[in-house]
Design a protein around this ligand. Sequence first.
Ligand code: UGA
Length: 432
Amino acid sequence: MKITMIGSGYVGLVSGVCFAEFGFDVTCVDSNPDIISRLKKGEATIFEPGLDEMMIRNIKEERLFFSTDLENSVKEADVIFLAVGTPSRRGDGEADLHFIEQAADQVAHAMKDGAVIVIKSTVVVGTNSRIRERIQKQRPEIRFSMVSNPEFLREGSAIEDFMRPDRVVVGVEDERGRETMRKLYRPLYLRETPLVITSLENAELIKYAANAFLAMKVTFINQVADLCEKTGGNIQEVAQAIGMDKRIGSKFLHAGPGFGGSCFPKDTRAFAATGLRYKAPQQLIETVISINEERKVKMGERIIKAAKEKNTDTVAVLGVTFKPNTDDVRESPALTIIKVMQEAGLTIRAHDPEGEEQAKKVLDNIVWCSSPYEAAKGAGVLTIITEWNAYRALNLKKLAELMPSGKIVDLRNIYKPEEFQDIDLDYISIGR
Ligand code: UGA
């Protein structure tokens, strides 16, 4: 079976490489020639643990190809995945579908009779049907199947998530679509992964509802952390105990500076906007969005307060990516926190194991440092914004020497207050 993946960003590239690993013949297409020429050389264009290796192996074994030529790549394809971006539209928060429409038009023009078109991009309910009609109008003479196959992979563990998902969701309208998807995911259900076969609309709703729920769970625990701070509670103990209730579950209960990334912020906005459009308002999610926005600013203010106390104008920031094991800084809480601190006149000395290059595109006037210790030099306050492994076992004595009587603001709770008992540093964290 020949697969063509349109869009070689996060979802497209990881899915394409993993389908090649299953043994299918895959061509990943992107309109950006720089991306394609790097990928052809076996250079992953995103930072994702394990991806390079798998890419190189499948290129060598001649199952994985890259191209900028959409028309020729689609002509012979049995299955065409659309994995282009669906960014937030400015103003109303609705998902901007113009990349998907553009890709669908190009595919319509080039595809063969009997092809299966699968939308992998996150698209609001109703989009798959609309795209099907759009293609039908352009090629009334051919038969094709429309499939919705949303992706649940997380950055930083994308390959593991693709290879061992909790479930695969497939929205279909006909037998050919259903059978094709069964064949594609056969390697997974040999591992007993549940394959949820449903309607196009349900598949679209499942994707948004899942991300909205997870964003709500994070926001919930962040607010409980605020209450813990005021009442002498400890959020980690509270979260651990409520998570033992299987109805609640222990995952996504880590309090922090607020959620970020390329998915939760844009998907919650689109979900709320869809609710309003259909007159089924999603007030819970609307509230989640505004709490999360306020939280990032409040985190900045918390550090500014610490800097005032310590009479310093320099803050060391450890971690700018929205989470560890990625170089992605999109909507990272660190961006808002840093801007709030800069507006208050603070100088920022920052370190991140992978995020510097991306962060430089959106942040100005940062002193970039080669290590956490370098960042601490001359700072009175050091804040940990992203929980990279590299920050979990810092030499606290050395930090205290670099910033005597300074303060650590740990926004990810990776240290315990007791660890600072004999160290000349103050320590505050979240919800403890
Ligand atoms: C998220 C979902 O987890 C994936 O299932 C989904 O496929 C993906 O969006 C998508 O729609 O493409 P991702 O954005 O990679 O994945 O990151 P997460 O691991 O979900 O983290 C999102 C944000 O929540 C991060 O800023 C993280 O720091 C924050 N978070 C997460 C917390 O603050 N606390 C937690 O307990 C968990």
